[in-house]
Design a protein around this ligand. Structure first.
Ligand code: GLN
Length: 531
């Protein structure tokens, strides 16, 4: 087994996750089996209780783990199917150690960061390594070098390298080389200092990935190489991509990152065959046509909040040879100005998941506008719930219809708390989470798109369609095209007599892949293109 560790310096948001995922892409295209995981130094047990402004989207895995959005990049860029083992936080490490201490596992001893915390971290690396049949394990360390909370992780990987032998380990450090326009120069000092910090801990990187807006140039590369004690060829330039993040693996291949890694780790010499990937990128960059898709949510100025949704739209777009212009529509703006005005000129409306009542009436209005204007509509999780509320109010005449999440005493609780949620007190990891099966109704749009009778999709919700209203809505033209086989929960609704109106209780965006767009996104975009 070979181990690659990816750390980051200078600032956060350098795209470490994307870079780690892209290296994974290259290694897989060289025919290697890889595994990939992320360590997050914060004290939350998982990001499930954080707000999207703090953390971006919460990415949900098959096993129900609520994880960092970088795991989304890992699954989209590689063939890996991840589990809760693949995202370790300080919160998990401490939770485990403290409960062991209370049980008496350390009787007589002082429990300390070194060796107890570092041992737990190393144990996780071994666990992920041994539970996969991979040849290479990539581990990304979240946070920025120099952060207090990141230290135990860096100490752990230093020790780990010693234990498995330096020749089996490759350290990559991602850094920022800023361009200072008044001086007209790229500056290397932050990089030097970041490397100094790493060396202080005892880690000497084997390659440096320099995030930059401008080409690095020979001199800058030489300077970085000398000051940071990294071979010249291992000073890798990673420019801001022009069009799409899917260019990153190609960019890193041009810089020979995979070759450098393969040489040191003595991996087979095969070149990465990137032709299919390149074709996909080309379709993303220069599509034949364009569609404008409104995404109606409340974190619109914040790219990371709906990450997987934007990616799923891109995948479906590439499939239809159609570029997607996302129109960010703030649902509170819809409340102020009206849906018709905010949605003018779009070819499709997508309402994503969400929690809490801020902007909820705007989302309901957007669903109503799409229904009446016969605009293709895709509702995801909360996006299904608002579509149901809208239908109840406007078509079934239930004026007071609402979700009990927003109005606990509503006279028409068309969306209500799941039975199993009634006794739940704790907030963390307590929703209906992860992959659950769903049976599709013959003849439905969903069945035609999936071309399957039973599907599995990932969930993250507490509320659910109230089956007491099913009959009545069915008579009025709502189609219940997907239900869970075990407890008869509504998973997908459609509206008959509408060009394309589909909404689901699960999150299809988590299973979309570049060359394998999700059926619902594919159908939605097809309908938007037709418009
Ligand atoms: N707030 C809703 C629920 O808990 C929807 C959740 C979501 O969109 N992920 O059911």
């Amino acid at each position: 087994m070979k181990y690659i560790f990816v750390t980051g310096g200078v600032i956060s948001s350098l795209g470490k996750g994307l870079t780690a995922a892209s290296l994974g892409t290259l290694l897989e295209h060289r025919g290697l089996k890889i595994a990939i995981q992320k360590f997050d130094p914060y004290l939350n047990v998982d990001p499930g209780t954080m707000n999207p402004y703090q953390h971006g989207e919460v990415y949900v895995l098959d096993d129900g783990a609520e994880t960092d959005l970088d795991l989304g990049h890992y699954e989209r860029f590689t063939q890996c199917r991840l589990s809760r083992l693949n995202n370790l936080t300080s919160g998990q490490v401490y939770e485990k150690i403290i409960s062991q201490e209370r049980r008496g596992d350390y009787l007589g001893k002082t429990v300390q960061v070194v060796p107890h915390v570092t041992n737990e971290i190393k144990k996780r690396i071994r666990e992920v390594a041994s539970s996969s049949s991979a040849e290479v394990l990539i581990t990304e360390i979240g946070g920025t070098t120099g952060d207090i909370e990141g230290l135990p992780f860096l100490e752990a990987i230093r020790q780990f390298a010693l234990e498995v032998g330096g020749e089996n380990v490759f350290f990559i450090h991602i850094t920022l080389v800023p361009y200072i326009s008044v001086a007209g120069e790229l500056k290397t000092k932050p990089t030097q200092q970041s490397i100094a910090k790493l060396r202080e801990i005892g880690i000497q990187p084997h390659a440096l990935i320099c995030r930059t807006e401008r080409p690095l140039g020979k001199e800058v590369r030489q300077k970085i190489s000398m000051f940071c004690n990294v071979p010249l060829e291992a000073v890798i330039e990673e420019r801001d991509v022009e069009h799409t993040i899917y260019e990153v693996p190609l960019m890193l291949q041009r810089e020979k990152l995979d070759e450098i890694v393969a040489r040191r780790l003595r991996l087979p010499k095969r070149a990465a065959r990137m032709a299919p990937w390149r074709r996909f990128v080309r379709r993303v960059i220069s599509p034949k046509r364009k569609a404008r898709i409104a995404v109606v949510g409340k974190y619109m100025d914040f790219q990371d909040a709906y990450k997987s949704i934007y990616e799923a739209l891109t995948h479906a777009g590439a499939w239809h040879d159609c570029g997607v212009d996302v129109v960010n529509v703030d649902s509170e703006e819809v409340e102020r100005r009206g849906a018709a005005r905010q949605l003018r000129g779009v070819h499709g409306v997508l309402v994503p998941g969400g929690f809490g009542d801020r902007g909820i009436e705007g989302k309901i209005a957007a669903a109503g506008c799409a229904r009446r204007a016969r605009l293709p509509y895709l509702g995801l999780c909360l996006g299904m719930q608002v579509a149901v509320i809208e239908f109840a109010r406007s078509v079934a005449g239930l004026r007071a219809a609402n979700s009990t999440e927003f109005d606990a005493t509503t006279a028409a609780p068309v969306i209500s708390l799941l039975e199993e949620q009634r006794t739940v007190q704790q907030k963390g990891a307590s929703m209906r989470l992860g992959a659950w099966p769903c049976k599709l109704a013959r003849g439905s749009r969903a069945a035609a798109l999936y071309k399957q009778r039973t599907i599995t999709e990932r969930h993250r919700h507490r509320y659910e369609f109230n089956n007491a209203y099913r009959r009545r809505f069915e008579h009025l033209g709502m189609v219940f095209s997907g239900v869970s086989p075990r407890n008869d929960l509504v998973e997908i609704i459609e509206i008959a007599n509408h060009p394309w109106f589909v909404a689901c209780q699960f999150h299809p965006e988590f299973q979309s892949r570049p060359n394998r767009p999700h059926p619902l996104f594919r159908g939605f975009l097809g309908a938007a293109c037709a418009r």
